[in-house]
Design a protein around this ligand. Structure first.
Ligand code: IMP
Length: 175
């Protein structure tokens, strides 16, 4: 099957610049708070988490969590489901959820409420992309990379049916 390369929406250079800025802001905001637990949401946030965590100048722990809200491709399947939990307790800790993209907002809303119920000292969110027009649930994004329109995007961790996660840029899938 012939495949067409995704059209570049956000270049690798722009991503790098933005991640630098986010890391600087987070490092400064958390400077007096002690350690932060970065909770990366699999699979999409694995690259952002790797890049962000290596730029931070504050003490940090790395955790991963996995949820599922979509079938293969872009057809929503309904409720959000926990697929894999963090390994250690977050009680009394400063938690920063690191997520690839907010579309309807259901996934991030679910994660915030679930993790909040475990008694963290604080909980904030860092999200690379926000599709502003498709938001159904309001969620607080404390650190945002870019706001984008309503297209299916891939690269920098994001996939379309498990393809294109490792593209260095963020691109729009061509129909
Ligand atoms: P939400 O619950 O609708 O906000 O969806 C969030 C999840 O949907 C993200 O963590 C992604 O896994 C997936 N998703 C939504 N839009 C896209 C996209 O354009 N490309 C890749 N994944 C997406």
């Amino acid at each position: 099957m012939e495949t067409v390369a995704p059209e570049i929406l956000i270049s690798e250079a722009d991503i790098n610049r933005r991640v630098d800025e986010l890391a600087a802001r987070i490092s400064s905001d958390y400077a007096d708070m002690g350690e932060v637990v970065l909770v990366g949401v699999l699979k999409g946030a694995f690259i952002l988490l790797a890049d962000l965590s290596r730029r931070l100048t504050i003490p940090r722990e790395i955790e991963f969590i996995a949820v599922s809200s979509y079938e293969d491709g872009d057809v929503p399947s309904g409720a959000v489901r926990l697929v894999m939990d963090v390994r250690s307790s977050i009680e009394g800790k400063h938690v920063l959820i690191v997520e690839d993209i907010v579309d309807t907002g259901h996934t991030l809303h679910y994660l915030i409420e679930m993790l909040k119920s475990r008694g963290p000292a604080s909980i904030r969110t860092c999200v690379m992309l926000h599709k502003e027009h498709s938001t159904e649930v309001d969620v607080e994004i404390d650190y945002l990379g870019f706001t984008i329109g309503d297209a299916w995007v891939v690269g920098y961790g994001l996939d379309y049916a498990e393809q294109d996660r490792t593209l260095p840029y963020i691109g729009v899938v061509k129909p």
